[in-house]
Ligand binder design. Sequence first.
Ligand code: 3PG
Ligand code: MG
Length: 401
Amino acid sequence: MRSIKEIEIEGKTLFMRVDFNVPMDQHQNITEDTRIKAVMPTLKYALDNNCKVVIASHMGRPGGERVPELSLTPVAKRLARIVEQEVIMAPDCVGPEVDEIVSNLSPGEIVLLENLRFHREEQSNDAEFARKLVSRCDIYVNNAFAVSHRVHASIDAVTRHVPLSVAGFLLQKEIDYFKKAIDEPMRPLVAIVGGAKVSSKLHAIENMLQVVDKLIIGGAMANTFLRSIGYNVGNSMIEEDLVGVAGGIISKALEKGIKLYLPVDAVIAEKCDARSESKIVPIQEIPQDWMALDIGPATSLLYSEALYDAKTIVWNGPMGVFEIDAFSRGSIAMVHNVANSYALTIVGGGDTDVVVHKAGETERITYISTGGGAFLYLMEGKTLPAVIALDAAEKNMETTN
Ligand code: 3PG
Ligand code: MG
């Protein structure tokens, strides 16, 4: 795919797809604006080149309806504060009113379009909708890594309705960091995979088995692995249908000489509830009615030793139910372990970034991805739909020139 750096953008009208799907509280206050700040290098570059910038994003999953709580208006305000200039908030993302606003933009001005997913056609990758989105623009810039795994109109179809399609700095940077870690890693390369379900991470784990030296498992998914080697994990969450698959992963790791780590103790409770009494037990001693909700201190120590010689660490998924304080220690300890390592550390996906923020270690992690599902997609070894679309657009340009 071509980078925005490789083309002439002076004075052009850019359509920049970003992912401003940021968390908000019940009063529509933005609680975390990393995704907005992450777009700044590309946005500033466009403004310095006197571009007229049309920014488009989705917010939440309104399913094609106009849901007022999912308006991007609060994002426009935050963006204006960060970029220190006015941001025009458009009433919609397509239509005559929007076309007029875009046509009347002056160089260096920014308009933020309203939530793309207020239109069903966004998610159905509708060609006509895509054409309308960019009808007043010269260049399409994809800078939306976090949604680059979706085949949606503003990611895919749009590239077939505009003369030039390129990647922004954020999309490029995310992919480059990940590639650096996986394609030509400094070894030992360690993958840490956590989260609730083996099923949602299965392809990522299988792909990681092709490249890593060590694999560390945490979160509720560890229960399914422990069951596969005969442990009785009480009332812990288990995916019965994947016990065999988990066992297969352990055998494969052994065969390949990959060091695989599972929890040796757990923080347990009778219910997944902040009020529930909790205690720490070895994995061998989980009572029948109790469930594992976090890794225990012995596991944290074991994992810190396993990370000791790591040169590259890729981490996706928390070690326990970190949203509840009593079950957050394992995830927080893991953040500190990763931060303390002398490795290139990349964190992304499945709330792992939230855990890093909570532990106050954002400065000591090499790279925190803005992507959740998109990061997992990369871990699965697949090519992102956004990249496929940009590559096709580039090929198309070469053949028509
Ligand atoms: C995300 O937050 O994961 C991205 O914005 C993608 O959102 P989606 O999962 O609703 O497509
Ligand atoms: Mg998601």
